[in-house]
Design a protein around this ligand. Structure first.
Ligand SMILES: Nc1ncnc2c1ncn2[C@@H]1O[C@H](COP(=O)(O)OP(=O)(O)OP(=O)(O)O)[C@@H](O)[C@H]1O
Ligand SMILES: [Mg+2]
Length: 301
């Protein structure tokens, strides 16, 4: 059995528990003077600046640290309710660390692990939030580059999701990277990215489509025509055939969605007592009109 040692402290923070181990680091729940945070620790590594000077460091590790730093920088420039807030990054005695808001809940990976998806209403709401986060980043020139369920965190009340690990696109085309896990997870990558092109807004859209498909699972046919159409478009093999931006998806889904939800409130169904009290009015008026007409016609002039 694998025994995992957990540091008692990282930087100035007391480690409360280990949340999960990712491909390149371990995420901890930690407590500091300002409250609870999530700390991602890249163990057994040194500060990227030191590593970059070292001739002994292999290309993969160098790439990984540069990527971690670029990701942290990219995410620090984002402020959006559906993006995990990045608090800082830097060197500690334990290794390179990234400090984030702690999201209390689960990763979407955990939620989807049974392969059954989630109810379509939830899937669509979460997809819209993921797309809003992408739109916010794209508008600032930041491509996610590694969108996947493990990088989508679901808050405990299920009402909000937050995307993390933005900026994974930074090193995608680096020739010195020979680790197939670097720098993006291929199972969610767009075909052109797998073929070696740089990720862009459209490849993020493709990955978001895959995440949506997984969230809907076998309930895709219950999700409605509009969302199925968006899903199909997001998953087009050719990037030109997809929605070109996250904003386009938002427009399609929210414009029509709003029209639907803002639809005029239906007239309140008359209670049965109201129904019977007014039902006689129509026929009664018609009879009265006829009686009046007959009276007028029969009146001698
Ligand atoms: N800010 C956070 N708050 C709470 N949990 C988090 C936070 N960031 C990450 N996690 C948890 O830690 C797990 C591991 O994250 P990490 O980014 O290290 O790996 P990963 O996303 O699974 O893979 P990769 O290394 O390819 O990004 C996530 O799946 C999530 O469950
Ligand atoms: Mg991650």
């Amino acid at each position: 059995m694998e025994t995992v040692s957990m540091p008692a402290r990282i930087g100035g923070f007391n480690v409360v528990r280990r949340i999960a181990r990712g491909g390149y680091g371990t995420v901890y729940h930690a407590r500091g003077p300002g409250g609870d945070v999530a700390v991602k620790l890249y163990e057994r590594t040194r500060d990227p600046d030191v590593v970059e000077d070292s001739r002994t460091t292999n290309g993969s590790e160098l790439k990984r640290l540069r990527l971690a730093r670029e990701q942290a920088r990219a995410q620090m420039s984002l402020r959006h309710p559906n993006v995990v807030k990045m608090l800082g990054y830097g060197r500690t005695a334990e290794g390179f660390v990234v400090l984030m808001d702690l999201v209390r809940g689960w990763s979407l990976r955990e939620i989807l692990s049974d392969g059954r998806g989630v109810p379509p209403r939830l899937a669509i709401a979460w997809f819209l939030q993921i797309i809003s986060a992408l739109d916010h980043a794209h508008a600032r020139g930041i491509v996610h580059g590694d969108l996947k369920p493990a990088n989508v965190l679901v808050c405990r009340d299920l009402a909000r999701v937050q995307v993390t690990d933005f900026g994974g696109a930074a090193g995608v085309r680096s020739p010195e990277v020979d680790d197939p896990r670097l720098p993006c997870t291929r199972s969610y990558a767009a075909p052109e990215v797998i073929a070696g092109e740089r990720p862009d807004a459209r490849s993020d859209v493709y990955s978001a489509g895959l995440v949506l498909a997984e969230m809907l699972g076998q309930k895709v046919w219950d999700s409605g025509r509009r969302i199925r159409m968006v899903l199909l478009k997001c998953l087009a093999a050719r990037p030109e055939a997809r929605p070109q931006t996250a904003r386009q998806i938002l427009r399609v889904l929210t414009k029509r969605g709003l029209r639907k939800t803002r639809a005029k409130p239906r007239p309140r169904p008359a209670r049965s007592s109201e129904g019977t009290s007014l039902a006689w009015l129509g026929p009664m008026l018609a009879v009265l009109t006829w009686v009046l007409l007959v009276l007028v016609l029969m009146t001698p002039r």
